[in-house]
Design a protein around this ligand. Sequence first.
Ligand SMILES: [Zn+2]
Ligand SMILES: [Zn+2]
Length: 399
Amino acid sequence: MTPSPIAWSRGARQALPAMRAWRASFHEDPELSGQEVRTRGRVLEALKELGIPARTFTDGSQGVVGLIAGERAGPVVALRADMDALPVTERTSLPFRSKRPGVMHACGHDVHLASLLGAGLILSKNPRALGGPVKLLFQPAEEEGTVGGALPLIQQGALDDPRVNFVVGQHVDPGLRLGTVGWGVGPFMAAADFFRIRVRGHAGHASTPQQGPDAVLAASEVVTGLQAIASRVRDPCDPVVISVGSIHGGTRDNILPEEVVLEGTVRTVRPATRDLIERALKRRVRSLTASLGARAAITYRRGYPALINPAPATETVVRALEVELGRRALVHVSQPLMGAEDFARYLEKVPGTFLRLGVGADGPPASLHSPTFAPDETAMVYGAATLAAAAVGLQHGAG
Ligand SMILES: [Zn+2]
Ligand SMILES: [Zn+2]
């Protein structure tokens, strides 16, 4: 038995007041990555009110996994929301704006949390509609960027007992209109790697540069030389971004510093390209600095892998959402975003899909991570209905 097409959206509309209240409580009390203690408390409280049993973790992770057993032993679908906020000082006029100075839910994770609770509400009220159990994954530390929150949750068994067959997540997107959902197959978001390059030369008077290698000049060559990797080493149809975000060195105009430190990020969407760029970057930096007599010490650290949406699960979800929200609500996203997302870690383990939830209004959209980011709350109706319909669609489509 599949639920009637509009059931989830109708349920989600009725759940909007509850979702608003949850969202307001998350929004006004935001917490940074890895510190989501009060957020976890609120999630546990809400799950208790909904009668959904929950599991917490012992490793210091603030994760919570709720389990809606359903009435059938079919495919297990996990739905995921991230919990953390950002070091941003809020500049909205919302009545529930952040009470924590310098911390804000500027990436919409409060909306993700409330939408997941909303999905939990409507799914748990309709256990007969489920084709199997549904897990609600509340994941900390998405913004952390290196280890993240997904990996520790997976390592602690969040995808086991019962074993998860599919996973679905979503992120608000101000570039998509409210009421629409963006989907895509294949590379959907980038892998993000970090590098730090210490360029060492000769410290001395700026009027006598002939006395030794100039770290400032060598660092400048590195900054421009890296762009030749981005544009010349890989296939032009395979996206790569290399950006140097910080340069530090020197104290005043007439002193050549011994060291200049560059930090930056590399974004790729294919694993083979990720390996290629790492090797090329190290080689290029060494040869560029050596050609000027300087030396380079390179730290290269891999962050989140690329998020790749597998075709069958994504297509099953899209079919379910077309029925639930109407064909016109579905927006095919053909280009990957070069941002990163640790939802990719789940997709390395189980099939599923990651979606974009439209929150865009008329006029220029306030971007994610901005101090004025204030998505329309009715997006949570679509967010909750999307998660519920995706879960049940995968269970029935896969059953
Ligand atoms: Zn973010
Ligand atoms: Zn985010």
